[in-house]
Design a protein around this ligand. Structure first.
Ligand code: MSP
Length: 644
């Protein structure tokens, strides 16, 4: 059986787990679950990095001994992951005796090879990074990461002859496009390798730091962060003699953020090469989460607590948001409002409604039992099937590249397609006409689609997916599925399968503002509106039909000079020429926001002239304080389509 080995960084225990740690670990978990569905035997490793100056300092600040301190914080990580539906196979700690033994063994091996030497070194040292910086790497004489002045330290230490492997590494990276991805990070590493590499300081004298692993060839020294930490990826597999090492190392994939690109892309492969071990297969690098555009930090007080978010919106929704929002390799911006918006659009509307309406229909038309259908498919069924297979094949391609956001996008095309398929086949109409044959075909296909959708969301939302399977009257067992077959087949549910009456997977969410005064004001305004509306004159349907409401597509948008309220738009409303509309929306929308979007247009309003420009219609919006929101349609509709 093919294997797949995936790791996260091991996290420092000088801080509590936050959104950034949760993201990497959920990403690894999702990819790991995907590989399980691909029939691979998988091993998922995470853990904590527990040695070094910073950690010792943190324990001293708390007034506890370092052993107790690291145990306490490491446990917080270990306990958090299952609450976020993260299912790792092993949790490594660098203070485990097996890990220490592995580090010493490799050190000895590299030392015996002649790749470790003793020398004197003077350099600028950042205590935050626990690393030396060269003049070139400094920014205004400060550490680029911590922006703090550095200490000049001169001492005798052990060095790893990394520079000896520079040319070999360049060659390797160039020859294996799979090794470092995405491409921008691969190029960043190649750029680093254009400068001379230098050697890596790997020790600390015990007079300065004892909280490390003693060098096997000099008991006055301990080894320091990277030579200790990186080796967790093989010590956890029981290198050298354990069966797990033999089995899983050849398929190793490391997931890290861009902050630790250099140690993983340069230190680690050269260390492996020197120790005579095979390299890992792939390094996958993601960007950084910011919180509403700012860096997440204790001092800014904007640390996002993963547990608080998943408690509030559900673990599945929290995982979905993180995976859907950040494109691999780019930075992402976290906001609770963003999460709520995605929740409502993708989960409540698209996926949740699909389940709600399908289950309700099956109960109404077939007493909750999937009908038998083995006849031919109609053209629109075949198109639906095609969309499903294509989207599954895209989904697989993206997942193989760790591009989970795009994989979800592909899957959602299918989910939205299923909603449209229900709209256009109109089962309620078929039922009314008594067309049982066609109704059976449609419902059978819809339920085959629901099964596929549930399977597709499982890696990111295991808990929700398992509930979907239950609602569909199916058992879920990850090891039983074969995703490749799913992109070739549409598996119908057995006739007679009983499904749940109700789904209610993702009830709509509202962001509860912390500022209750603000909330009260909004409620007051809404009440006032209701009262005003109830006093409005009633019209009959004929009067309403006099309105010519159409879908318009904004072809161009630009600001109108001398005003900051108006935008001039060219709108396609399905006529031979575009209409010019001057809209008072510039305080809420920039031209870029509105260009190439669909809007709802009142087309038979008498033209008016605003700032010398004729406006040939009005676009509709919802008004609230502050600003307005344009009315739009959820999916692409032909410009000129009638609204009623
Ligand atoms: N202990 C080292 C790693 C050793 S691996 C052999 C370390 N630890 S860390 O606690 O600082 O974790 C860094 C990692 O946490 C990042 O690479 C990333 O996976 C995750 N993140 C921490 N903050 C993050 C964001 N703001 N955004 C995204 N991920 C980030 O470095």
């Amino acid at each position: 059986m093919d294997t797949f080995y995936i790791t996260t960084p091991i996290y420092y225990v000088n801080a509590n787990p936050h959104l950034g740690h949760a993201y990497t670990t959920i990403l690894a978990d999702a990819v790991n679950r995907f590989q399980r569905l691909m029939g691979k035997e998988t091993f998922f490793l995470t853990g904590t990095d527990e040695h070094g100056e910073k950690i010792l300092q943190a324990s001293e600040e708390k007034g506890v001994n370092p052993g107790d301190y690291v145990e306490e914080v490491s446990k917080k990580f270990r306990d958090l992951w299952p609450d976020l539906d993260i299912e790792y196979d092993y949790f490594i700690r660098t203070t485990y005796p097996e890990h220490k033994a592995c580090v010493q063994k490799i050190l000895q091996q590299v030392y015996d090879n002649g790749d470790i030497y003793f020398g004197e070194y003077g350099g600028y040292y950042c205590h935050g990074c626990e690393a030396f910086y060269t003049d070139r790497e400094l920014e205004d004489g400060k550490c680029p990461d911590h922006q703090k002045p550095l200490e000049y330290i001169q001492e005798k230490n052990y060095f790893f002859r990394m520079s000896a492997y520079q040319d070999w590494l360049i060659e390797h990276i160039n020859s294996d496009p799979y090794f470092i991805q995405p491409e921008n990070f691969k190029n960043e590493v190649l750029a680093m390798l254009r400068e001379s590499l230098g050697d890596l300081c790997i020790s600390r004298p015990k007079t300065r730091l004892t909280w490390g692993i003693e060098l096997p060839f000099d008991s006055d020294y301990v080894t320091y962060v990277w030579f200790d930490a990186l080796l967790n990826y093989i010590s956890a597999l029981g290198w050298p003699e354990d069966e797990n090492f033999r089995k899983f190392w050849p398929s190793a994939h490391h997931v890290v953020a861009k902050d630790i690109l250099k140690p993983h892309a340069i230190f680690w492969p050269t260390m492996l090469k020197s120790a005579g071990l095979d390299l890992y297969k792939g390094l996958r690098v993601h960007g950084y989460w910011k919180v509403e555009e700012a860096k997440m930090s204790k001092s800014l007080g904007n640390i996002v607590e993963p547990l608080a978010m998943s408690g509030k919106y559900g673990t599945s929704a929290f995982r979905y948001f993180l995976m859907r929002e950040m494109q691999l390799g780019l930075d992402g911006s976290f906001s609770e409002q963003g999460l709520v918006n995605r929740f409502n659009a993708d989960l409540a509307n698209d996926l949740g409604n699909l389940f709600n309406r399908a289950l309700a229909m099956l109960h109404k038309y077939f007493r909750g039992e999937v009908p038998a259908y083995d006849g031919d498919w109609a053209q629109e069924d075949l198109e639906m099937i095609d969309l499903g297979l294509q989207s599954f094949s895209d989904y697989i391609d993206y997942y193989q590249q760790f591009r989970v956001a795009q994989a979800l996008e592909a899957l959602w095309e299918f989910i939205r397609g299923l909603n449209k398929y229900i709209d256009s086949t109109a089962p309620w109409q078929l039922n009314k006409e008594g067309n049982l044959e066609r109704l059976s075909a449609v419902m059978s296909l819809v339920f085959a689609g629901l099964r596929k959708a549930a399977l597709g969301v499982w890696p990111v939302m295991p808990r929700a997916a398992e509930t979907m399977f239950e609602q569909l009257g199916l058992d879920f067992n990850a090891e039983k599925f074969d995703l490749l077959r799913e992109s070739e087949n549409f598996v119908q549910l057995a006739a007679g399968t009983r499904v749940a009456k109700k789904s209610n997977l993702f009830p709509r969410q509202e962001l509860v503002s912390k500022d209750s005064g603000e909330q009260e004001k909004k409620k007051g305004a809404a009440k006032e509106n209701r009262e005003k509306n109830s006093q409005k004159k009633q019209i009959d349907i004929k009067q309403f039909q006099e309105l010519d409401l159409r879908i318009g597509y904004v072809v161009n948008a630009e600001n109108v000079v001398e005003t900051d309220k108006l935008l001039r738009l060219d709108v396609d409303v399905g006529e031979e020429r575009y209409r010019q509309i001057v809209a008072g929306i510039a305080e809420s929308y920039s031209p870029d926001d509105i260009q190439h979007t669909q809007v709802v247009v009142v087309c038979n309003l008498k033209p008016v002239t605003l700032k010398g420009l004729t406006s040939e219609g009005m676009i509709l919006s919802a008004h609230q304080d502050p600003g307005l929101t344009l009315l739009s349609v959820k999916s692409g509709v032909q410009p000129g389509s009638k609204v009623g």
